[in-house]
Design a binder for this molecule. Structure first.
Ligand code: ZN
Length: 145
């Protein structure tokens, strides 16, 4: 695929998630985990519900740039129903991807794989990974209980 075509696909997917975000809105019964990305001003809160080490529900809300919000939407769409260890693997896969690594398993990230292009814009990497960092914080907290 030509780079310009990939680029416009990336923009279309980001726009789609920004306009119609998946799983936006925190879960009322679960404590939210809020993270900030001071370099861009993004704020993202995430709450999730686990049953038998599986993510049965996940909700998020935030205020920030389109990359941070689209990334949260893409992440939520791909993680609901996943086991905790799979979710953590995906967080690692995503983190490596936006730093430029290529891995065939990136297809499992669903729409989130289209954020691979962020690796060309180092100042946006923290925007893209904010939701995934909030996920890791939420899962670490649940593991303590
Ligand atoms: Zn941002």
């Amino acid at each position: 695929m030509a780079l310009s075509k990939l680029d416009s696909l990336y923009k279309a997917v980001v726009t789609d998630h920004t306009k119609s975000p998946h799983h936006r809105g925190l879960l009322p019964e679960q404590p939210p985990h809020t993270l900030h990305n001071p370099t861009c001003g993004d704020v993202l809160s995430l709450s999730l519900e686990l049953v038998d080490d599986r993510i049965v529900a996940l909700g998020w809300d935030g205020d920030g740039c389109s990359i941070s919000l689209a990334s949260a939407s893409m992440m939520a769409a791909c993680l609901v129903g996943k086991g905790v260890s799979d979710a953590l693997d995906m967080a690692e896969l995503f983190s490596q991807m936006v730093q430029g690594a290529s891995d065939p398993r990136q297809k499992e990230l669903g729409d989130a794989q289209f954020l691979a292009g962020v690796s060309k814009f180092p100042q946006r990497i923290k925007c893209a990974t904010l939701a995934w960092k909030a996920l890791e914080a939420a899962l670490a907290d649940q593991a303590d209980h």
